[in-house]
Design a protein around this ligand. Sequence first.
Ligand code: CDP
Length: 156
Amino acid sequence: VRAMQAHLDAYAAAAARRAQEVTQVVGAALVDDRQRVLVAQRGSGPLAGLWEFPGGKVEPGEPEVAALVRECREELGVGITPRAFLGEVPLDGVVAGGVPGASTLRLWWGRITAGELVAHEHSELRWLGPEELEDLDWIPADRPLLPAVRALLVDR
Ligand code: CDP
């Protein structure tokens, strides 16, 4: 029994280590009162020129929603209120240190509740309606989330 317990402890420790190593990414679908969503064009790095929902990496031990609020403050200069989880997609493994599927992009919708938008890190920001989303040159990870965002904009 003791040997088995040691085994289980080692397994649990390894699982906890793995969970800490995995980088989660959060994104914000910020909706205005005209049923438009904010989209942002990446200004630098390998994904420069592609469009995304603003967001970024969750820090170790940081609650996901806190990361969402922090990233929107850093990148856009605004305070946001997250409203609801919309969906998630696996990332390609580059973000997670090469472990395919270990990392996910989790998208929330929310509202800007303070401040004025400034593109601190993006080359451009745009407010788009549901019919305009598909035509953008999206980061591959974000594209599968478009139907959920579209449904959100159309339903409201
Ligand atoms: O700001 P931070 O460095 O935390 O993160 P980031 O560079 O904005 O995002 C980290 C990575 O997550 C990017 O390199 C993308 O691979 C991915 N990402 C994504 O796929 N879709 C988004 N909407 C945001 C980030």
